[in-house]
Design a protein around this ligand. Structure first.
Ligand SMILES: Nc1ncnc2c1ncn2[C@@H]1O[C@H](COP(=O)(O)OP(=O)(O)OP(=O)(O)O)[C@@H](O)[C@H]1O
Length: 389
């Protein structure tokens, strides 16, 4: 009896601990998401000068604790660990690392995981055509108004209002000063001219802050400062060719799609995550392992067959989509008939639903773009053909 009570207590204790840990993970994820979107907002210039106007109250807001930077969920199969170890190895050798690969393969997740493993603060920045030097380095952010009061004679005072320009450091300056790991996502979307400041950072260990005068115009690069760049392969639209001098100073790690087993684990971790989510987050229905296998196999087949990029993110989104439709029995019917990655589908409704979900997921890649597929209806036809082949 006493043993029973103590077991109950242990179970309840574990549940409370699990709940607490889930809440902490959720809080850390929200903070990271906020930092990512903040990095995006702050890379948008405003004002006539084209410089960056920042609303931040403190430059330290840009620093993310390494524990909070660790992506969650993060699956570490041998394939993932092998790439991650290459990144951390090059960083330890003081080499800037450039992660190159198609969209949705896991570059950002790898960058965050490698950065978190270093145990140094993390600073995020997102490339964009609007990013200029000041968006990286900093600039004067409006006027700071303060009052000076002089007491000439007792009872007689003079007030003077003074407006002083306030310099605010942006992500690169903060990272260089604090010895952070600077993750510059999609850096090739930015104008190459914005990256001239990076050359002296990587080559001479000095950051020049144009627009700032006097002794503190330049910052000595902290010895622990490291950079991880990510970019899609150059053929993707909207990407600038960066100057050779910069590319020459980084090592390139190619991030390709993972093996089927790893993709399965990744998709499962994201769907399971939803099921364990906070109570106000509709948990949807359970997506079985067989269904995940079907989705992953379908995604991998479409990746080969369609002239558009079908990344791991597409598989995750499709599985999440299926978790909200409860009329799909496709996992059981189709998964038993997978053959070397090629899926054999029956003509039942379940297969139509999978095709519909995949059409929704991949639709934005053809709608309004110059993809070789002529509209959503054509995409749906091709998905149906590929799935039923
Ligand atoms: N090892 C992993 N464990 C768990 N989830 C992962 C892992 N790798 C990638 N993912 C998930 O896969 C999706 C795509 O990953 P990520 O955003 O890192 O890709 P990316 O290559 O940076 O994409 P893009 O080029 O579009 O920015 C995300 O939802 C991410 O959380």
């Amino acid at each position: 009896m006493a043993e029973d009570t103590s077991r109950k207590r242990t179970v309840r204790g574990r549940k409370i601990r699990d709940d607490r840990e889930a809440k902490q993970r959720c809080k850390a994820r929200k903070k990271l998401a906020r930092s990512v979107s903040k990095a995006k907002t702050e890379s948008e210039p405003s004002g006539k000068s084209g410089g960056t106007h920042t609303q931040r109250t403190s430059e330290d807001d840009l620093l993310i604790d390494p524990a909070d930077a660790a992506p969650e969920p993060f699956i570490e199969t041998d394939a993932v660990a092998a790439v991650r170890d290459r990144i951390t190895g090059w960083l330890a050798a003081d080499q800037p690392v450039h992660l190159i690969g198609p969209t949705g393969t896991g570059k950002t997740a790898l960058a965050l995981s490698a950065a978190a493993a270093r145990g140094r603060p993390v600073v995020l920045c997102n490339g964009d055509k609007a990013v200029d030097t000041s968006a990286l380095v900093g600039g004067y952010s409006g006027g700071e108004r303060y009052e000076e009061r002089d007491e000439y004679v007792s009872g007689v005072s003079k007030k003077t209002q003074i407006v002083r320009d306030r310099w605010v450091d942006n992500p690169l300056s903060v990272a260089v000063r604090e010895g952070a790991t600077f993750i510059y996502n999609e850096f090739s979307r930015s104008d190459p001219a914005a990256h001239n400041v990076l050359l002296s950072v990587l080559e001479e260990g000095v950051l020049e802050r144009p627009g700032k005068y006097g002794a503190d115009r330049s910052i000595d690069v902290h010895p622990e400062f490291r950079v991880i760049f990510t970019s899609n392969d150059v053929e993707y639209a909207g990407v600038h060719q960066q100057q050779d001098a910069l590319l020459d100073r980084m090592v390139g790690v190619h991030v390709d799609y993972y093996d089927a087993e790893t993709e399965h684990e990744i998709v499962r971790s994201h769907v399971a995550e939803k099921q364990d989510g906070p109570a106000d987050d509709d948990p949807g229905r359970t997506v079985s392992d067989e269904e995940i296998e079907t989705v992953v196999n379908a995604t991998r087949t479409l990746r080969e067959e369609l002239p558009i990029v079908v990344g791991t993110r597409a598989a995750i989104t499709a599985a999440k989509g299926l978790s909200v439709f409860d009329d799909w029995d496709g996992g059981e019917a189709a998964a038993g008939r997978t053959d070397g990655g090629q899926i054999q589908f029956s003509d039942g409704d379940s297969d139509d639903l999978l095709a519909d979900v995949l059409t929704d997921v991949l639709g934005p890649k053809v709608a309004g773009t110059e993809a070789e597929i002529d509209g959503i209806a054509a995409l749906q036809r091709q998905i149906n053909e590929v799935l039923r082949d």
